[in-house]
Structure formats: structure tokens, C-alpha cells
Design a protein around this ligand. Structure first.
Ligand code: NI
Ligand code: MN
Length: 228
């Protein structure tokens, strides 16, 4: 049983096991300047949304319409999507876990904001710990570092996916600090180099991570699956 992680650019990810694909924060080409895949070409059995910002929720409605996949998000975001015609949603909130057919999802805190594109309140922002085929994968969402990340990592994490782009989220140095709290086996950076405002020398970050953390950094190439 293989679990694979595909980064589509910016904060958009697919997590796949043998018979299920989860898409997180759907924002595809050409609207996402870092993405090459269009929303029409993506498989999804479940859609997870960390918060209401356009660069995370942009294609949730379209992907749900194309695939019929349920959307897992804060109740405020679910309500907003249902008003747009999305039929299947599953509201969760901070600290809550639910066991889906593919495995357990826990919604984690994030320090950020979460207004939806039309100004609707999107609830508090979040992140997810997803359990898939016995692997525990933390997707931080847009957030600063916070010391309670130690609680998120307390059961062990196979992978932590962290924003490193700075300006809107933690930057490269704070992402290394976050890894000290989370203690994952593998660290994957995301939410960088989409725009000049969040440009990062990711190879330098990866080297610094190798030098200072007992964590294996893995820099993903766009649309190239990484198998755990
Ligand atoms: Ni955001
Ligand atoms: Mn963002």
C-alpha cells in the first residue's frame, strides 16, 4: 500500500492511496500561476479546504461539481459552498477528528485569517492531520509557527507540509523552528515561489534543514508524486 503526495503548486496537494485521492486546497492552472494541471484533469474522492482565502478555496466548487467529492472544511466554508450548489460537505472544527472511510482527519489550529473571496466570514483558519494507510501527514495550511505544534506532533508524524514563503505565513527560519516542535520524519515545503512576494531559495532552506534538524527535507517538483 503506497501513499503518495503530489504538489500541484502553491498550496494545492493531492494525497493518494491505492483506492482514494484527497485534494487539499484546490487552486489549479491557469488561475494558479504555479500550477500546470487544470481542475478538469484532477481526480478527487474528497476535497479538504484549510481556510477561506481565494488561493485555497478557488476551485473547491468546480472540483466538487466535476467529481461529486465531498468537501471537508470549517462549517462556515461548507455553508458558503452549499449556497453555491455544492451538495456534499462535512463540517469540522478545530481539535475535532472524524474517521472517514479512508482514515482519520483531525482539524488543527492555524494562526492566520480566513475571509472568503466575497468577504463572507470563513471561520477560523485551520490545517489537517490526515491518516492514510497508517501514515500521519500534517498539512499546516497558512499559519505562523506556534509552540503548540508540539501537541500536533505528539503521536508522531511521517510528514509535515509547511508554508515557507513568508509575508502571508511563516518564513523559512520559522518553518525550521516549527519542525523542532513537530518532529516529523519528512518535511515538505509549500506556499512559496508562486509570486515574487513569497520567493524563497528552497535549496538553501533544504540544506539548512538538513544541517540543523533531525528531519529529512523533501522539495517536491510540481505534479511529480512523492511516495512514502
Ligand atoms: Ni491564506
Ligand atoms: Mn495562502
Amino acid at each position: 500500500m503506497t501513499v503518495s503526495i503530489t504538489w500541484h503548486g502553491h498550496a494545492t496537494l493531492s494525497l493518494s492511496a491505492d483506492d482514494v485521492t484527497l485534494v487539499i486546497d484546490p487552486y489549479f492552472a491557469p488561475d494558479n500561476p504555479a500550477a500546470r494541471t487544470s481542475v478538469e484533469d484532477v481526480a478527487a474522492d474528497y476535497i479538504l479546504v484549510t481556510h477561506g482565502h481565494g488561493d485555497h478555496v478557488h476551485h473547491a466548487e468546480r472540483l466538487a461539481a466535476l467529481t461529486g467529492a465531498p468537501v471537508i472544511a470549517k462549517p462556515e466554508i461548507c455553508k458558503w459552498l452549499r449556497a453555491k450548489g455544492v451538495k456534499d460537505t462535512h463540517g469540522m472544527n478545530t481539535g475535532g477528528s472524524f474517521t472517514f472511510p479512508f482514515g482519520q482527519v483531525t482539524m488543527t489550529p492555524a494562526f492566520h485569517s480566513s475571509g472568503l473571496p466575497d468577504g463572507t466570514y470563513g471561520g477560523e483558519p485551520g490545517g489537517f492531520v490526515v491518516q492514510l494507510e497508517g501514515k500521519r501527514i500534517y498539512v499546516a495550511g497558512d499559519t505562523s509557527v506556534f509552540s503548540d505544534m508540539a501537541l500536533i506532533g505528539r503521536h508522531g508524524l511521517d510528514v509535515a507540509i509547511l508554508p515557507i514563503g513568508d509575508n502571508f505565513t511563516m518564513g523559512p527560519d520559522d518553518a525550521l523552528l516549527a519542525l523542532g516542535y513537530l518532529k516529523p520524519a519528512v518535511a515538505i515545503p509549500y506556499h512559496y515561489n508562486t509570486w515574487s512576494l513569497i520567493e524563497v531559495d528552497v535549496e538553501a532552506w533544504s540544506q539548512e534543514c538538513s544541517n540543523t534538524q533531525p528531519v529529512k527535507p523533501v522539495v517536491l517538483s510540481i505534479d511529480k508524486p512523492y511516495s512514502l
